[in-house]
Design a protein around this ligand. Structure first.
Ligand code: ADP
Ligand code: MG
Ligand code: ZN
Length: 559
C-alpha cells in the first residue's frame, strides 16, 4: 500500500521522499481512520490528503475556509494532470449546477468546497450519491473556539457531514498545536489519540530574529538594500500602517504590493497574483493575507509590529522558506505594539474568561520578544515540541550572544522591590520605584517611602524596564493575567532571593555600524531631496548643503 503512495509521490509530484509525518498520516487515512495531522506551516500538509485522494477510489472533498485559494490549488492539481475542481459562491448558479452534474458523473478526483456549500441541500444530496474517498478539513483549527481563527460556519459543517454517511475517513489538518485546539478537533471529528500525527515543529531553514529599539522604517530600508530582488512579506498591525509602508517602499523604488481587508476583492486578487508571480517582490499586508498561500520562494517575513499570539506569529513566519532554502523571520518590536494588542483584546466581543486567555497568550508573545534564550527553542517549547534542547545557533539571540553577565544581585533587588510593593503593580511602576522617580503617582501610593525606592538609581528607567521584562520572559518573575498584569513572585523568584539560583543575562550590544547606516540613510534621503529641488528650481548646486551642514541637521531628526 505504501509502495503505491510513494509511487504517486515520485511520479505525480516529483518528490523523492516523504517529509516527516506524511507517510504516517497517509497510512491512517488509507486504513479509513479519521486522522488529525499537526504540522508546521510549510510542512507539507496538502500531500497528506492529495496522495490518498489519488490512491483511493471515489472523489475527495476538501473543505477550505479560503475561497480565494481554491482556484490556485485546483490549478496546481490540474497542472499535474489530476482532475480537480472547486465549487463556491464565486460561480454563477448556472456554473454551480453544471459543476454539480459533472461531480455527480464522477469526473473529478478532487472537489474543493467552501464551508457554505454544506448549507446547500443540492450539494449534500450529490455527495450522498457518489463514491467518496475522503473528506479533508484544511486549516482545521478554524473549527475550534480555542483556535486563533475560529469560524462558526466551519464548525457547523461537522453536523452536515454526519448526513453524508458514505465518507470512509475524515482528515483534519492544522499548524496550530495547542492542546485545547487539538482536543477540540479530536472530539468534534471523533479522532482517536493513535490517529493524531504531530511532527516536530522545527523548521531548520528558518532563522528567527527579534529587533528592538530601532527606527522601523530605517531598518526595513537597509534590510531591503541587502535583500534586493528577494521575495518577502511585511506584516503590519493595521491597514493604515500597511498603506503608509507600501507607499514608502514604492518611493524607494521597491516593487511592493499591498493586501488588507479594506481593499476591494479585485485589488486584493491583483495584489496576490502579482506577488505569487514575482511581478511584485514584496507584499505589505495585514494578517488578512496569507492563510494557505503556497509561494515557495518567500525569503523573508518581517513583522512590522508584534502579533497577538505565538500561534499567529509562527503561522505567519512559517510562510517563509517553503522550498527549504534559508529564510529570515524578523520581528520588529516596540512597546507600543503591546498597547495596540491589549486595546484589540479589550475591544473584542469575547467574554472575560476568553479575554484572560488572550492576555495569557499575549504574555507568551511578549516574553518571546524579551527572552535572551534561543528563539527557536522558545518556539518549540511553546508548541510542546521537546525533541530538541540545543540552542539553534541561527536566531538573533544565539548569534548576538557575546558574553554572560551575572545579574543576580540586581535581580534580587528587583524582586524584593516587587515584594515590598505588595505585588500590586506592573513593570512601569516597579521600574520607577527602582529608579527613584519623582512621578507623582509614586507619592500617591506612598511608594517613595519604600526601602527599595531609588535602590537602582544608577540605571535608566528603560534599562530597568528591560531587565524586568527579561526576568518575566525567563520565568524568574511571574505576572497575573489581565490588561494591567501585576508582577508576582513565583517559586523561581524565591530561589533567586534566597541565593539558590544565579541569574545570567546575555549582553547583546548593537553593532555600531548600524547606527551610521541609519544616519547615512537620512543624509542620502535629504541630499536626494535637495538635489531634486535644485534641479526643479534650476538653482545652482552651491545651494545644496555640505555634508558638514547635513551632519548638523541630523541632530534635528527624531530617532
Ligand atoms: P502546509 O499546507 O503544511 O503549509 P504545503 O502542503 O503547502 O504545506 O507544502 C509546502 C511545500 O512543500 C509545497 O511547495 C509542497 O509542494 C512541498 N512539499 C510537500 N511535501 C514534500 C515532500 N515530501 N518533498 C518535497 N517537497 C514537499
Ligand atoms: Mg496548507
Ligand atoms: Zn537560537
Amino acid at each position: 500500500m505504501m509502495g503505491q503512495a510513494e509511487a504517486i509521490l515520485n511520479t505525480y509530484f516529483g518528490y523523492e521522499s516523504f517529509r516527516s509525518g506524511q507517510q504516517q498520516t497517509i497510512e491512517h487515512i488509507m486504513q479509513e481512520n479519521n486522522t488529525l495531522a499537526v504540522m508546521p506551516t510549510g510542512g507539507g500538509k496538502s500531500l497528506c490528503y492529495q496522495i490518498p485522494g489519488m490512491a483511493l477510489d471515489g472523489t475527495a472533498i476538501i473543505i477550505s475556509p479560503l475561497i480565494s485559494l481554491m482556484k490556485d490549488q485546483v490549478d496546481a492539481l490540474q497542472a499535474l494532470g489530476i482532475p480537480a475542481t472547486y465549487i463556491n459562491s464565486t460561480l454563477t448558479p448556472g456554473e454551480q449546477q453544471a459543476r454539480l452534474a459533472a461531480i455527480e458523473a464522477g469526473e473529478y478526483q478532487f472537489v474543493y468546497a467552501a464551508p457554505e456549500r454544506f448549507e446547500s441541500s443540492a450539494f449534500i444530496s450529490v455527495m450522498k450519491r457518489i463514491p467518496i474517498s475522503l473528506a479533508a478539513f484544511d486549516e482545521a483549527h478554524c473549527i475550534s473556539q480555542w483556535g486563533h481563527d475560529f469560524r462558526p460556519s466551519y464548525r457547523s459543517i461537522v453536523t452536515s457531514l454526519k448526513q453524508i454517511p458514505n465518507i470512509p475517513a475524515v482528515i483534519a489538518l492544522t499548524a496550530t498545536a495547542t492542546e485545547e485546539v487539538i482536543a477540540d478537533i479530536q472530539t468534534l471529528l471523533q479522532i482517536q489519540d493513535d490517529h493524531v500525527v504531530k511532527t516536530g515543529f522545527e523548521r531548520k531553514n528558518l532563522s528567527f530574529h527579534v529587533v528592538k529599539g530601532k527606527h522601523k522604517q530605517t531598518y526595513v530600508r537597509s534590510f531591503m538594500k541587502e535583500h534586493q530582488d528577494e521575495s518577502g512579506i511585511i506584516y503590519t498591525a493595521t491597514r493604515k500602517q500597511a498603506d503608509a509602508l507600501q507607499e514608502q517602499l514604492v518611493k524607494w523604488g521597491i516593487p511592493a504590493a499591498k493586501y488588507h481587508a479594506g481593499l476591494s476583492e479585485e485589488d486584493r486578487k491583483a495584489a496576490q497574483s502579482a506577488f505569487i508571480h514575482d511581478e511584485k517582490t514584496v507584499m505589505i499586508a495585514t494578517n488578512a493575507f496569507g492563510m494557505g498561500i503556497d509561494k515557495s520562494n518567500v525569503r523573508f517575513i518581517i513583522h512590522y509590529a508584534m502579533p497577538m499570539t505565538m500561534e499567529a506569529y509562527y503561522q505567519e513566519a512559517g510562510r517563509a522558506g517553503r522550498d527549504g532554502e534559508h529564510s529570515d523571520c524578523i520581528l520588529l518590536f516596540s512597546p507600543q505594539d503591546v498597547q495596540l494588542q491589549k486595546f484589540l483584546i479589550e475591544q473584542s466581543l469575547m467574554d472575560d474568561d476568553a479575554k484572560q486567555g488572550e492576555y495569557r497568550k499575549l504574555q507568551a508573545m511578549i516574553n518571546y520578544c524579551h527572552t535572551h534564550s534561543c528563539l527557536t527553542s522558545y518556539i518549540l517549547d511553546y508548541f510542546g515540541d521537546t525533541s530538541n534542547y540545543e540552542p539553534c545557533g541561527r536566531c538573533s539571540n544565539c548569534q548576538h550572544r557575546r558574553e554572560r553577565v551575572d545579574i543576580t544581585e540586581e535581580a534580587q533587588m528587583i524582586l524584593s522591590c516587587v515584594k515590598r510593593m505588595g505585588e500590586r503593580f506592573g513593570i512601569t511602576m516597579t521600574a520607577k520605584v527602582l529608579k527613584g522617580s519623582n512621578d507623582s503617582r509614586l507619592r500617591s501610593f506612598r511608594l517613595h517611602t519604600l526601602s527599595t525606592y531609588g535602590i537602582l538609581s544608577a540605571y535608566t528607567e528603560k534599562d530597568l524596564t528591560e531587565r524586568i521584562h527579561f526576568l518575566v520572559a525567563e520565568q524568574l518573575l511571574g505576572t497575573a493575567d489581565g490588561k494591567y498584569p501585576t508582577l508576582q513572585l513565583n517559586q523561581n523568584s524565591v530561589d533567586v532571593l534566597k541565593g539558590k539560583r544565579t541569574v545570567w543575562m546575555y549582553t547583546t550590544p548593537i553593532p555600531a555600524a548600524e547606527e551610521t547606516d541609519y544616519r547615512e540613510d537620512l543624509f542620502a534621503a535629504l541630499r536626494d531631496h535637495r538635489k531634486k529641488i535644485a534641479d526643479e528650481e534650476g538653482v545652482p548646486p552651491y545651494v545644496l548643503f555640505s555634508d558638514a551642514t547635513l551632519k548638523e541637521f541630523s541632530r534635528y531628526f527624531p530617532e
